[in-house]
Design a protein around this ligand. Structure first.
Ligand code: KIV
Ligand code: ZN
Length: 385
């Protein structure tokens, strides 16, 4: 199995969510949890952006030792100096520098020319190499950039010493097969590509971040830039838990990660509570309903064989067990199962039918039937007898 490096940017791109800012202590706690989870690289912040970010990168560098600690910069000497300084305590460190490469960014954001931008990228990589061996270059808005120009930029920054090349779909614009083709073209046309790792960094503006990331990996990328719960600016970033579990489920892709998947749910909960950002109930892998079955047909199929309605085991991602939710849509099989789980074994089909009618009556009045309601149901049955 080839390895895909997991580059977690919850504390940098993820933390840009309005209202979700974290203080240094909270960031350290999350960084330690990310280390335990087994991520390979932690992007700890953008040191020049604020004194708080600078301090957090220093403290995270001291607090964790296994993952590489990464600091973001623009392609500017001052940014790189401040990042290098903030990373001074890191056992393993990386500077992540870069510049916009789409025509839009070159012409309307940077108000520059393609040649000047390429040179600025090369100079930034060379400057960062004075401080650290491991330099990642991001080609911002690569998802919308001209492919020939992108290839030229990548070749030049690898020659300048970049060890990782980040291909961001900054605006979440790409379709999965088109993004995959882009990565494939890079792998085939950048002459020195074997000297660097190609990384994918996708945003979720059209809900395609994870699909684009997987497509990038299927076409040769070997680093995925992700966040817990998919948090991030606007519609967010690629979700760590989705990426990791897709690679685990689809072994034919031939790649795996170092992540201890059993820690996914608790780490997701930690991030959600610290960022004060609830996870949507139907979120894949870590949502409250990710392993909850509520319709009669599904419940019956699941109770006969869980594989009928689950592609991953809840225990594999740190969720205790699947749930059978009782509503007016549930069938007899689900009712029998839930009654059994609280100690009432019903073998007589007639008795079960009688209870089921009462249950439906109750479920029509209440939205969801809990264990306490089932006890009331059983009590009324006993009283009647
Ligand atoms: O989305 C993006 O392009 C980024 C870069 C700064 C890496 O976050
Ligand atoms: Zn981003």
């Amino acid at each position: 199995m080839d390895k895909v490096y997991i580059f977690d940017t919850t504390l940098r791109d993820g933390e840009q969510v309005p209202g979700c800012q974290l203080n240094t202590e909270e960031k350290i706690e999350i960084a330690k949890a990310l280390e335990a989870l087994g991520v390979d690289i932690i992007e700890a912040g953008f040191p020049i952006s604020s004194p708080g970010d600078y301090k957090s990168v220093i403290e995270i560098s001291k607090a964790v030792s296994e993952p590489v600690i990464c600091g973001l910069t623009r392609a500017k000497e001052k940014d790189i100096e401040v990042a290098a300084d903030a990373l001074r305590f890191a056992k393993r460190k990386r500077i992540h520098t870069g510049i916009g490469v789409s025509d839009l960014h070159v012409l309307t954001k940077l108000r520059s020319t393609h040649d000047k931008v390429l040179q600025q990228g090369v100079d930034a990589v060379k400057y960062a190499k004075k401080y650290v061996e491991d330099v990642e270059f991001y080609a911002e808005d690569a998802g919308r950039a001209d492919l020939n120009y992108l290839v030229r930029v990548i070749e030049a920054v690898i020659d300048a010493g970049a060890t990782v090349i980040n291909i961001p779909d900054t605006t979440g614009y790409n379709l999965p097969w088109i993004f995959g083709e882009k990565i494939k073209s890079i792998m085939e046309n950048v002459k020195n590509v074997h000297k660097a790792i190609i990384s994918v960094h996708c945003h979720n503006d059209l809900g395609l971040a994870t699909a684009n990331t997987i497509s990038g990996i299927a076409n040769g990328a070997r680093q995925a830039e992700v966040t817990l719960n998919g948090v991030g600016e606007r519609a967010g970033n690629t979700s760590l838990e989705e990426t990791v579990m897709i690679l685990k489920c689809h072994k034919h892709l031939g790649v795996d990660t170092n992540v201890n998947t059993k820690l996914l749910k608790p780490t997701s909960e930690l991030v959600s509570s610290m960022m004060r950002m609830p996870v949507q109930a139907n979120k894949a892998i870590v949502g409250k309903n990710a392993f909850a079955h509520s319709s009669g047909i599904h419940q019956d199929g699941f109770l006969k064989n869980r594989d009928n309605y689950e592609v991953i085991k809840p225990e594999d991602v740190g969720v205790e067990r699947s749930d059978i939710i009782l509503t007016a849509r549930s069938g007899r099989h689900a009712l029998k199962y839930r009654l059994e789980s609280i100690g009432f074994k019903i073998d007589d089909p007639e008795k079960l039918s009688r209870l089921y009618d009462k249950f439906l009556d109750m479920a029509d009045r209440k939205k969801q039937i809990e264990d306490a309601d089932l006890r009331i149901l059983m009590k009324s049955e006993m009283v009647k007898k």
